[in-house]
Design a protein around this ligand. Structure first.
Ligand code: FAD
Length: 518
């Protein structure tokens, strides 16, 4: 029987990100997928700014994906066929190197990830379907069937179910998946359109039968999505069906042609009762399914994997505490719950039938979202830049005067001064923590002490001058490999002891000296 540390079931975007994170840390893993080849279905098209930043932190470069996709600077929701704008979303001011929503068919995103995985020596084993697993004294034994139906067994210390909404891993683990299926049916198509359409924004047109959305994919290609298509619009729709929908609900004068992909889908909102049971984890759609409204599904799945990857790598190295592994669910499930709620709200708001609620939406929304602060906040939320884990056991906050960034927040990227150069987010390529020291006279000694004591798992950057967001006094920030501030502490507050305490939480070891940490 073959053996591995981590068996990843499913090579969609979630499984690929996890494999990449393990590969760069030299962790032994297997990545299996039952499909003999990658699906060419377009599916998710929105790549959010935080996902592009994540690719920077992974050492892949968000600009690799950016070069393939079509960026939009915002989106508008119109009352009926473009007559009056009721909501505007702005990405152009996002506090990120990527002030955009990038539009790119899912299979192309997966292809970029797969190519990067090959460059790191990893591969997908296709045609292998997990059917069962059992627990042994050495870990888990997974049963799979091969391309010709032959039985295979793999012994693994950990199994991660990245196997989508119908997850077999979740089913075998006996984890519930409560929620519901929306009544709405959605029509989707990627095709070319002749006529006047803005290229710099996505547009949604509300209509009494259901909204129609148009997303520019670049090169004359567009995604159309419509709720509640007529009964004649079957599972295998025709170009004429799509044309009729756009004629009825969209702006006048658009001619559709050359369809690449047309489909009809039901959507769901469901959450797993647990994301970890013993040695088994769930990530991506296997753990949470939400409405595609807001374009979050694929992005949150990849970020689940990004959160789990470095923790599992420490576990396979024998140094992760149970607290660290539990923090995966503790940190990600609240984020997923919020996405389920927000995408549900958006779905219901744009699909409102005639009545008082729709009247309020059409008349109140322009007033509220017309406020620049509200418009910006909606953009930041959709871009997933506001995700934070301030309540996590795996972050320690000791306060820094004048700082707006706290432990648990996404670190702010900036150009580094001194001999390292480049941007902060480029400093994570070896998968270790990063120690950032700001200002003050004795910072060099602090850096040397950190390097000597903790150099195996963290990288110390040369001291930086005080930077916006990080406060107005000399301070130490310890950044986790996922770009989250794991510890912040003023330089005058015995930072070495706090790093010791942080490491104790990660590893489950007793700290060299007990200190009071919230
Ligand atoms: C029609 C449609 C439109 C969508 N549009 C959007 C959108 O606009 N925006 C958005 O964010 N999201 C959208 N989504 C959702 C998005 O596609 C998913 O959130 C995303 O694919 C989740 O990635 P994943 O890797 O978790 O799962 P998946 O992509 O489902 O990958 C799971 C993989 O596991 C494999 N697998 C399953 N069972 C087994 C097994 N037993 N053994 C081995 N392998 C197995 C499968 O073959 C598959 O490759 C859409 C989905 C659909 C269906």
């Amino acid at each position: 029987m073959s053996e591995t540390h981590v068996l990843i079931v499913g090579a969609g975007p979630t499984g690929l990100v996890l494999a990449l994170e393990l590969a760069r840390r030299g962790v032994d893993f297997r990545l299996v997928d039952r499909a003999p080849e990658r699906s060419r279905a377009s599916r998710a098209i929105a790549v959010q700014a935080r996902t592009l930043e994540m690719l920077d932190l992974m050492g892949l470069g968000g600009d690799t994906l950016q070069a393939k996709g079509h960026p939009v600077s915002g989106g508008s929701i119109f009352e009926r066929s473009g007559t009056r704008r009721i909501v505007h979303i702005d990405f152009s001011d996002l506090p990120s190197r990527y002030p955009m929503m990038l539009l790119l068919p899912q299979w192309e995103t997966e292809e970029v990830l797969q190519t990067a995985l090959a460059a790191r020596g990893g591969r997908i084993e296709r045609g292998l379907e997990l059917s069962a697993y059992s627990t042994s004294d050495r870990g888990l034994i997974a049963r799979l069937s091969g391309p010709a139906g032959e039985a295979r067994a793999i012994a693994a210390k950990w199994i991660v179910g990245c196997d989508g909404g119908h997850s077999r891993v979740r089913e075998i683990a006996g984890i519930s998946f409560a929620g519901s299926t929306y009544e709405n049916v959605f029509a989707l198509a990627d095709l070319r359109i002749d006529g006047e359409i803005v290229e710099d924004e996505f547009q949604v047109f509300t209509h009494e039968d259901g909204p129609l959305a148009i997303f520019p994919l670049g090169g004359g290609l567009y995604r159309i999505v419509a709720d509640n298509p007529p009964a004649s619009f079957g599972d295998d729709p025709s170009l004429a069906d799509c044309q009729a929908l756009v004629d009825a609900r969209g702006p006048a004068g658009l001619r559709l042609r050359d369809p690449v992909w047309m489909s009809r889908a039901r959507i769901h909102r469901r959450s797993a009762g647990q994301l970890r049971r013993g040695r088994v984890f769930l990530a991506g759609d296997a753990g949470n399914l939400h409405s595609p409204a807001g374009g979050q599904g694929m992005n949150t799945g990849m970020q689940d994997a990004f959160n789990l990857g470095w923790k599992l790598a420490l576990a396979t190295g024998g140094v992760a505490s149970e607290d660290l592994l539990d923090s995966y669910e503790a940190e990600r499930q609240p984020v997923e719950d919020a996405v389920v709620r927000a995408s549900d709200f958006i779905t219901r708001a744009v699909t409102l039938g005639p009545g008082a609620a729709r009247f309020l939406r059409d008349h109140l929304a322009p007033l509220l979202t017309g406020l620049p602060a509200v418009e910006r906040r909606i953009g930041e939320n959709l871009a997933e830049l506001t995700v934070r884990y301030r309540d996590s056991r795996m972050v320690i906050d000791r306060g820094v005067r004048g700082a707006t960034l706290q432990a648990g927040d996404r670190a702010g990227d900036f150009e580094l001064a001194g001999r390292v150069g480049g941007r902060l987010f480029e400093q994570f390529t070896d998968g270790r923590h990063v120690a950032l020291i700001f200002g003050g006279g004795h910072t060099e000694r602090l850096g040397q002490a950190l390097q000597a004591r903790f150099g195996a798992w963290l990288r110390v950057l040369p001291a930086q001058s005080l930077t916006a967001g990080y406060g107005t006094e000399a301070a130490l920030y310890l950044l986790r490999p996922d770009g989250i501030i794991g510890l912040r502490c003023a330089a005058g507050a015995e930072p070495l002891d706090f790093v010791e305490a942080y490491w104790a939480r990660l590893s489950g070891q007793t700290p060299a000296r007990e200190i009071a940490v919230a």
